[in-house]
Design a protein. Structure first.
Length: 199
């Protein structure tokens, strides 16, 4: 888990550096391309088929995951890296909020006050951290980062659902990577007029 966190933070640094030359959507595309190739090789090595009986769940996971990733990379390219990382890490607070909302919708008569307090303190803490660092011109980018964390929480819940349905982790990551590659390519073609070239 520590190694995963370190690698995730390193990815954020790499995205920040790459954003000087590439649009967020193009970075998402390249990340998806590399991920899809790596996952295809790993699934082949471990004898895991890429055929799935849950295409709809993979589609929803890819849509939510890629949307979150695009918003996060967009925020990273326009905000201080620490601020963008903090906003994306709000996903755990959003998950708590979603769980509370789900409990209310399912008619829970007694909510865990510790969970409610944790969610509230999470939002207060982020507000205290971000208020001095966001100026008026950065509010849109801050909103993009905040939305990336919220949508990431939805994607994580979908990953959990896929795991419970028996989908191997490598297959889940493969389809997410393919989705990122395709969506990134389309968005880049529409908004940037094609891939960035260096001469």
């Amino acid at each position: 888990m520590v190694a995963a966190t370190l690698l995730f933070a390193t990815m954020g640094v790499c995205v920040k550096l790459a954003s000087e030359f590439y649009a967020a959507s193009e970075i998402v595309m390249y990340r998806g391309l590399v991920g899809a190739v790596m996952m295809a090789l790993l699934t082949h090595r471990h004898g895991i088929s890429l055929k799935t009986r849950l295409p709809g769940m993979h589609l929803w996971r890819s849509i939510s995951g890629v949307t979150s990733l695009c918003l996060w990379f967009y925020a990273i390219s326009h905000l201080p890296l620490a601020t963008a990382m903090t906003l994306n890490y709000m996903s755990s607070v959003w998950m708590g909020l979603f769980l509370l909302g789900g409990a209310v919708l399912m008619g829970a008569q007694k909510l865990d006050w510790r969970l409610m307090a944790s969610v509230l303190l999470g939002f207060v803490g982020v507000a205290l951290i971000l208020r001095p660092t966001l100026d008026q011109q950065q509010l849109w980018y801050g909103l993009a980062g905040l939305l990336s964390g919220m949508i990431a929480a939805m994607a994580y819940l979908q990953v959990t659902a896929l795991g419970r349905a028996g989908e191997p982790e490598l297959r889940v990551v493969f389809y997410f990577s393919v989705g990122g590659c395709l969506a990134g390519a389309v968005i880049t073609a529409v908004t940037e007029g094609g891939l960035q070239t260096h001469t």
